[in-house]
Write a protein that binds this ligand. Structure first.
Ligand code: 0GY
Length: 300
């Protein structure tokens, strides 16, 4: 794999619009990543894509531009199980970021606890074959059984393997957060097979959360109006309002051929969460419960 800068893919918008929608104070972008910078944090030898640098300075500028207060940084597959770039971004965030790690399941308890001290609050299991070489369920379950207190598991899969993953998910002993709703076909509408199956999963246990994210990944073209996404997802946000979070997905891994405008993504929020109450849960209350739980109840 070449490491020339010109050969590395650019997947984020260089000049995103300022959103018309203003997020509530304390809003959290709960799904984003950092890439490198490569000179400081090299990409994994097993990376399936080699991106342009997208470090913490760019992420935090975008956070401010979009009107958000904090980030949850999810370790991207291009960094494999070396979480240094994500931990560095959290460390320089002045308390405004926490994270989700990707680990070798053989990781020791000491290292997990060091990651907890570094601001990680969960681990991610990625089942997308185009992103990872293997996803060993038995090893994932073992490490899930010895996570630091308060951690959860983030799972990334596509709709066609939801049923196959059900026994695995049933056995996970901590809360689960599903990336991008398990990538349903939103063109089927709110009552389509994929949304029904996903509701079945959410109904199977009360501690499964989800990210109402990525209209750009779930609907062609990768720009607004994203009407199918809004029609399929708004009822989910209303019906499971205590278990849903939101994020930009910046710097949009693998979206180099259809780079979304982050301002337009933020402007989708009132279309899937039309009331101030839903927006407060989606952007503040729910991600705070997952990532800064010590703050809940400390305000009174
Ligand atoms: C996402 C989605 C993708 C990539 C990754 O870790 C990653 O590389 O998550 C994808 O290509 O669908 O959530 O960022």
């Amino acid at each position: 794999m070449s490491t020339e800068t010109s050969d590395r893919i650019l997947s984020w918008h260089s000049n995103p619009s300022r959103p018309r929608y203003t997020p509530p104070p304390g809003a959290i972008d709960a799904h984003c990543h950092v890439f490198g910078p490569m000179a400081q944090f090299p990409f994994s030898a097993k990376a399936k894509y080699l991106p342009q640098d997208a470090g913490s300075d760019k992420l935090f500028s975008l956070r401010d531009h979009l009107g958000f207060a904090r980030n949850v940084i999810v370790q991207a597959s291009c960094h494999g199980t070396d979480n240094a770039a994500t931990l560095h971004a959290i460390a320089v965030s002045e308390g405004k970021a926490r994270g989700v790690a990707v680990v070798n399941p053989a990781i020791g308890d000491d290292e997990l606890h060091a990651m907890d001290a570094g601001g990680m609050r969960g681990i991610r299991f990625n089942f997308l074959k185009r992103l990872v070489d293997d996803a060993p369920k038995d090893k994932f379950l073992e490490v899930a059984s010895r996570l630091p207190r308060g951690w959860h598991v983030v799972i990334y899969f596509e709709a066609d393997i939801l049923e196959e993953l059900r026994p695995f998910m049933d056995a996970i002993p901590v809360p689960i957060v599903i990336d991008h709703m398990g990538r349903p076909d939103v063109t089927q509408g709110p009552d389509g097979a994929d949304m029904k199956a996903f509701r079945g999963l959410l109904d199977s246990r009360p501690d499964i959360w989800f990210k109402a994210t990525c209209p750009d990944r779930l609907e062609e073209p990768a720009g607004p109006p994203w009407d199918d996404f809004a029609r399929a997802v708004a009822p989910m946000v209303a019906d499971y309002s205590d278990r849903v979070i939101w994020g930009t997905d910046w710097p949009h891994p693998n979206m180099q051929n259809a780079i979304p405008d982050d301002g337009a993504l933020v402007d989708m929020i009132p279309r899937i969460a039309p009331t101030p109450e839903l927006q407060q849960k989606l952007l503040v209350t729910n991600p705070t419960l997952l990532y800064w739980p010590e703050e809940i109840g400390s305000e009174s």
